[in-house]
Design a protein around this ligand. Structure first.
Ligand code: MIC
Ligand code: SF4
Length: 758
């Protein structure tokens, strides 16, 4: 049991983990009869039992023991409300909470932070006390974005962690298996249970050559996203290898791993190298670097794998960094990739508004010292040439440590000198926490960001905002031209006198020469005596609500279910349970359920978020329809398309349907975290055996899900759609439920099982 959770990973923990490597890696090699990828070594080192753990990648389920758990404020509320009901005294593994998602960008860092503290005081107080009581470390608002803080303080090569945020894989930049999960998965581990998941496949990305010029780490992942697409990484760990790795800083590697979430990967990771050691030293973890050096041969792939990658990876992708150009992806999806040099043509053909209304640098994926340094180098050159930004430029530093350091080193000043504004150390516009006054809802406009997501409505709630993603230096270059149809890399930036100004490729220190300035760090350790801490959830609160258990399965087949909706095309968690203003209700299931499916395009009703009440044919907002069905005791299913639930780890997207009477979600394919979240909440997550059967569901069907008494791993489930004209279709679906997952369905949710057993 964890003593207590501190502000950094104790060396003893790392030592204990490394101590297991030699024997466990040997067991892995022996059992598999072959050399190992790096991901496999980390997984064997964290297996519940390396001698019996399932071996078949993409097939077997396995139990792992992660070293730590991290949660951000928007997901921690629901996770901790669940943990509280388990009746346990303390968390069983080191765990931290980070306050970053609830800060709205409006005026600038200081005022925005103060406003957030006022506006969210009830939630912050809940998170602070609940953390203190259960042995969890608490990072207060303003301390930074979870993934940056984790990289700076907690990540270590060869470790394994879970985080209730899909960009948790950021820590893969330091060689960690860091997996984004829903709150219920985190609750298991905090409760002392293993993390159960399918043994991941392993995709190898072979990096040849080296990064240089305008090409940044971001461009590597934008390219990979273009190759693998938003579902190409599903069920797989993406492991980078080859000589190109050493040309990328640790924080650059983290950028690449962070955005691996956008291709659906379980996580991404880089091998341990000198750049990792440098980063560990710069962040005052020299002892961990020394230990990692001692175990270095385990913290990378076996040499045989490097020689013949095709034999050992499920798929190999090759990227020649010498040839890689700066890229820009979007709009609306992170896998629509183009070199910056081709954006002009695309803007003309596709009719994207060429003027950039805003340029934004930062977010958990691109806000390191090096990122800001490269952006600042571009800014300095621009200033010398007499340029200022032609589009407003907003900067969000990733952590208080980065902010204090870039301020001390004058980098913020460089950016401000060309007209940039600095926002609080938080997610801000990346998660729709952005109050823009320059446009009306519905105005079509273009923004460029160095963020990781660009789904419609994501940043400002406006479906007509087209968001493009590039590296920080690309975003600053574009802010200078103010247009996406100017190739600033090759053609330069129009200068004050009309002559083109040619900017030199950015150069910056990857780590601060004078060391990091911690700033006002903001860590609060948990109480030693939890008995002294009261956790208050006010009964009438609109922000927090204690959870009632979902009802257990009554043993009968599900019959007469209505089809609440049939989602057409992309249906991300931002469509199912949008963020932005709704982040306010992340601790209140009843209130947040009023956003259910509001972003979805439904085959049966026009616009977004509408559905047909099959009782009288009227069209109404989906949350209202779901609530009316619930009140009338009518249960329902939702039908989805490919990669349903892509995006966030927010389990609200699974809890809300469950709470509102949804019993099954039937789709062409699922995104990993969302499928796991549905199963945890006792919702049947069913995949159409024949994707064409999607067409068979009609608005006025009633649906049965039959044979549930014989529900078994690997056994298809029959869904019967009864059409209004009296005809019917029997549709075969598959599922990924193990015995344990079936138990959750029967009990009503995984939490109900935990409650019974604890
Ligand atoms: C996101 O980037 O979408 C978020 C907001 O960080 C989410 C978590 C959440 O919805 O709270 C994620 O990526 O998991
Ligand atoms: Fe925050 Fe955006 Fe990163 Fe999500 S992707 S953790 S919202 S900065």
């Amino acid at each position: 049991m964890a003593e207590t959770t501190g502000p950094t990973t104790p060396v003893a923990l790392v030592e204990e983990v490394y101590g297991r490597y030699p024997e466990r890696v040997a067991v892995g090699r022996r059992r598999l009869g072959r050399p190992l990828t790096y991901a496999e070594k980390v997984l064997f080192a964290h297996a519940e039992d390396p001698h019996t753990i399932g071996l078949e990648r993409g097939v077997d389920y396995a139990d792992y023991r992660p070293d730590r758990v991290a949660m951000q404020d928007a997901t921690a509320q629901m996770a901790l409300l669940q943990f509280m009901t388990a009746g346990l005294p303390r968390v069983a593994v080191p765990t931290t909470v980070h306050c970053d998602h609830l800060i709205q960008a409006r005026v600038g860092a200081e005022i925005d932070l103060k406003n957030a503290v006022d506006a969210n005081s009830e939630v912050y107080e809940f998170l602070r006390t609940v953390s203190s009581k259960y042995g969890i470390g608490f990072w207060k608002p303003g301390s930074g974005i979870i993934h940056q803080v984790v990289l700076e303080q907690y990540a270590f090569p060869g470790g394994m962690m879970l985080g209730t945020d899909s960009h948790t894989p950021n820590a893969g930049g330091l060689g960690m298996v860091a997996i984004g999960v829903g709150g219920a998965d985190a609750v298991d581990v905090m409760a002392g249970w293993p993390f159960n998941t399918k043994v991941p496949k392993v995709i190898g990305v072979h990096l040849k050559g080296g990064l240089s010029g305008w090409t940044a780490p971001k461009d590597v992942i934008l390219k990979v996203a273009g190759i693998l697409t938003v579902k190409g990484g599903t069920g797989a760990i993406v492991e980078y290898f080859g000589p190109g790795c050493e040309s990328i800083s640790a924080t650059g590697k983290a950028t690449i791993c962070n955005m691996g979430a956008e291709i659906g990967a379980t996580c991404s990771m880089f091998p341990y190298d000198d750049r990792s050691a440098m980063y560990l030293k710069a962040t005052e973890r020299e002892e961990i670097a020394d230990l990692a050096n001692e175990y270095a041969r385990h913290l990378r792939i076996d040499p045989e794998v490097e020689e013949e990658p095709e034999r050992f990876y499920d798929r190999v992708v090759e990227i020649d960094l010498d040839q890689l150009e700066p890229h820009l992806v979007g709009p609306h999806t992170p896998d629509l990739d183009r070199p910056v040099s081709e954006v002009r043509g695309a803007a003309e053909t596709e009719g994207y508004p060429p003027e950039i209304s805003y340029a934004l640098v930062g977010s958990c994926t691109n806000s390191s010292y090096e990122d800001i340094g490269r952006a600042a180098h571009v800014a300095r050159q621009a200033k010398t040439a007499g340029l200022t930004v032609r589009s407003p430029l907003l900067i969000t530093p990733g952590s208080e440590q980065v902010r204090a350091t870039i301020e001390r080193d004058g980098l913020l000043e460089d950016l401000e000198a060309i007209g940039a504004s600095v926002l609080a150390n938080a997610c801000g516009p990346c998660i729709g926490q952005w109050k823009r006054d320059d446009i009306e809802m519905g105005d079509r406009n273009t923004i460029v960001t160095s963020y990781n997501r660009n789904f419609p409505r994501r940043n400002d709630g406006n479906a007509e905002t087209l968001a493009f993603i590039g590296s920080p230096e690309t975003v600053v270059g574009m802010a200078l031209t103010g247009r996406i149809d100017v190739d600033f890399v090759h053609d330069g930036v129009p200068g004050p006198d009309g002559e083109a100004v040619h900017l030199e490729p950015p150069v910056a220190d990857e780590l601060p020469a004078k060391g990091f300035d911690p700033g006002d760090a903001g860590f609060q350790p948990p109480a030693r005596d939890s008995g002294t801490v009261d956790v208050v959830v006010h009964p009438g609160s609109e922000r927090l609500e204690l959870l009632e258990p979902f009802a257990a399965w009554n043993g009968a087949d599900l019959t007469g279910l209505r089809v609440l909706l049939k989602a057409v095309g992309k249906c991300t968690t931002d469509h199912i349970s949008p963020a932005g203003p709704w982040l306010r209700y992340r601790g209140h299931l009843t209130n947040i359920s009023q956003n259910l499916f509001t972003g979805v395009s439904n085959a049966f009703a026009d616009g977004h978020g509408n559905g047909v009440d099959t009782r009288d044919g009227s069209v109404k907002p989906l949350p209202d329809l779901a609530r009316e069905y619930k009140e009338a005791g009518i249960e329902w299913v939702a039908i989805g398309d490919e990669n349903y639930g892509e995006g966030s780890s927010r389990e609200h997207a699974a809890m809300e349907p469950r709470y509102m009477g949804g019993r099954a979600i039937i789709v062409r394919s699922f995104a990993r975290i969302h499928e796991a979240n549905l199963k945890k909440q006792g919702v049947l997550a069913l995949t159409l055996a024949d994707p064409a059967d999607y067409e068979k569901f009609r608005a006025d069907d009633t649906v049965d899900v039959v044979g549930l008494a014989e529900l078994a791993p690997g056994k298809p489930v029959t869904v019967v759609a009864h059409h209004a004209d009296g005809s019917r279709d029997e549709i075969r679906t598959t599922h990924t439920m193990s015995e344990e997952h079936i138990e959750w369905f029967r009990a009503g949710s995984a939490l109900n099982v935990l409650r019974q057993q604890s």
